[in-house]
Design a protein around this ligand. Structure first.
Ligand SMILES: Cc1cc2nc3c(=O)[nH]c(=O)nc-3n(C[C@H](O)[C@H](O)[C@H](O)COP(=O)(O)OP(=O)(O)OC[C@H]3O[C@@H](n4cnc5c(N)ncnc54)[C@H](O)[C@@H]3O)c2cc1C
Length: 392
C-alpha cells in the first residue's frame, strides 16, 4: 500500500515515519529544494516527547536539545511572579520538556525517515489531485504525477490542499507579531546546566528566553500590533525594532537581543484558523498545521502534528482498502478533532491573557499568577501534556 505525503515539515516527516513503521510504502513530496534548516527554537512538551518516542527519535532529541530545568514568570521590570514547577511535571510524565532548534528537529526526523526507507522527493510542488475508486493521482508543477492509495496533505498553515478540499478559508490574525532570535549568551542567573529560562510580561508585549542546546540560547517576543502588509523588514531593521521595544526591560533582555546576529532574528505575523469540522474526504486527509493552524502560546502546534501522525498510523496499521480506508480517515478525524480544537481554543485564550494591555487587567492577572501559577500550571496543562499516544 502506497502513501503519498505532501510537505516535508514536522507533520509530514512524522507522518511518513509513523506510516512506514506500520508497513506502508511512503513518499514525501516537498516543494523546496532542501528541507528547512532555518527557524527558531521549538519547545517539545512531554506529549511531544512521547510522540517522538513512538516515532523512535526521542533519544536523538535528548542528545541535541536542552531540557527545561527552570521556568520563571516575571514582570517586564524583572519582579518574580512565579517559578513554574517543571521538576514536578517532569517526574509526573517521566520526561522534562526539551527545547531544540527547529532545523535540528527537522534533520533528525529526515534522517530517521530515510533510515526507515521513506522516499523524500525535493523540488516537488503539488498542484492538485484526482481521486478514483482505487487510488489518488497527485499532480506537480513540473508536469509529473504520482499515484498511491492514500494522500496525506501536511502542507502547512497556508495549505492549498485545504483549499482544494473545502475552498479557501481565510486565516485569523492574532493581533500580535512574533520576533524570534538565536544567539550565544551567558548569564550566571540562568546557567546552561540548569536549562530553561524566563518569560517576562509587559503591556501587550512579552519576552521569553531559554537555552536551546549546543551552547545556544533562543528568545522570542510577542508584540501587539496591527497586521503588517508590504515589504518585510530587513534583518538590521528587525534587530533595531526589537531593541527599541525592549530597551528598558529586565536585564538581561536588551543584552540578549544585542548579542543576536541580525540574520538570526526572524519575525512573523501570527495566525490561526477557525476549527474545521472535517479533515478528510475520500482517500485524502489533512494533517498538522494544514488541518489545524493554532497560535503558538502553548507551544503545541508541532506536538499536535506529531500526535496526528502517530494516531493516523495506528488507525491504518492493518492497511485498510477501499471503503475501509475512507472510514479509517473518518475515524482519524473523530479521534483527533475534539482534542486539537480544545487546544486551538486554549491557545487563543492564553494569548489574550498574556497580551493584555489594560493596566487594571494586568494587575489582576499578575496577582493571580503570583497566587496560583504553580497550581494552574500543573492542573490546566495536565490534559494537554499528559496525553499518551498509541504505540506503533
Ligand atoms: C512563532 C511560532 C512558535 C512556535 N513554537 C512552537 C513550539 O514551541 N512547539 C510546538 O510544538 N510548535 C510550535 N509552533 C508550531 C509549529 O511550528 C507548527 O505547528 C509546525 O511546524 C507544523 O508543521 P507542519 O509540518 O504541519 O507544517 P510546516 O512546518 O509549515 O510544513 C509544511 C511543509 O509543506 C511544504 N509545502 C507546502 N505546500 C506544498 C506543496 N504544494 N507541495 C509540496 N510541499 C509543500 C512546505 O514547504 C513545508 O516544508 C510554533 C509556531 C510559530 C509560528
Amino acid at each position: 500500500m502506497k502513501a503519498m505525503v505532501i510537505g516535508g515539515g514536522i507533520g509530514g516527516l512524522s507522518c511518513a515515519i509513523a506510516l512506514r513503521k506500520v508497513g506502508w510504502d511512503v513518499t514525501v513530496f516537498e516543494r523546496n529544494e532542501r528541507l528547512a534548516e532555518d527557524g527558531a527554537g521549538i519547545v517539545l512538551a512531554a506529549n511531544a516527547m512521547k510522540a517522538l518516542e513512538r516515532l523512535g527519535t526521542a533519544g536523538r532529541i535528548r542528545e541535541e536539545g536542552a531540557p527545561v530545568g527552570v521556568a520563571e514568570l516575571r514582570t517586564w521590570k524583572g519582579n518574580l511572579l512565579a517559578r513554574l514547577p517543571v521538576e514536578t511535571q517532569a517526574l509526573r510524565y517521566g520526561t522534562p520538556s526539551y527545547l531544540i532548534h527547529r532545523g535540528t528537529l527537522q534533520s533528525i526526523l529526515y534522517a530517521h525517515s530515510l533510515h526507515l526507507g521513506v522516499t523524500v522527493q525535493l523540488s516537488k510542488k503539488s498542484t492538485e489531485w484526482i481521486e478514483t475508486k482505487e487510488s489518488v493521482e497527485l499532480r506537480f508543477t513540473d508536469g509529473t504525477t504520482a499515484t498511491g492509495e492514500l494522500l496525506v496533505a501536511a502542507d502547512g498553515h497556508r495549505s492549498t490542499s485545504r483549499d482544494q478540499l473545502w475552498g479557501h478559508i481565510p486565516l485569523r490574525y492574532s493581533g500580535y507579531r512574533a520576533i524570534r532570535g538565536i544567539g550565544r549568551f551567558e548569564d550566571p542567573r540562568y546557567p546552561l546546566a540548569a536549562g530553561g529560562g524566563f518569560e517576562a510580561l509587559g503591556r501587550g508585549t512579552r519576552f521569553g528566553f531559554s537555552h536551546l542546546g549546543g551552547g545556544r540560547i533562543f528568545w522570542f517576543a510577542a508584540i501587539n500590533e496591527p497586521e503588517r502588509q508590504g515589504t518585510p523588514l530587513s534583518p538590521e531593521e528587525r534587530k533595531r525594532h526589537a531593541l527599541q521595544k525592549f530597551r528598558n526591560w529586565y536585564s538581561p533582555v536588551p543584552a540578549v537581543i544585542e548579542a543576536t546576529p541580525p540574520s538570526d532574528i526572524l519575525t512573523h505575523s501570527i495566525y490561526d484558523l477557525a476549527p474545521l469540522k472535517q479533515w478528510s474526504k475520500g482517500r485524502v486527509t489533512l494533517l498538522g498545521d494544514a488541518a489545524h493552524p493554532m497560535l503558538p502560546n502553548l507551544g503545541q502546534g508541532g506536538a499536535q502534528a506529531m500526535e496526528d501522525a502517530v494516531v493516523l498510523a495506528d488507525l491504518l496499521r492493518h492497511k485498510p482498502a477501499g471503503e475501509a480506508l475512507v472510514q479509517a480517515l473518518k475515524a482519524f478525524e473523530r479521534v483527533r478533532i475534539p482534542r486539537v480544537h480544545k487546544i486551538v481554543h486554549q491557545s487563543r485564550l492564553m494569548g489574550r491573557v498574556m497580551q493584555l494591555e489594560s493596566p487594571l487587567a494586568l494587575a489582576v492577572r499578575n496577582t493571580a499568577l503570583r497566587a496560583a501559577a504553580d497550581k494552574l500550571f500543573i492542573a490546566r496543562l495536565h490534559p494537554l501534556v499528559g496525553y499518551e499516544p498509541p504505540t506503533l
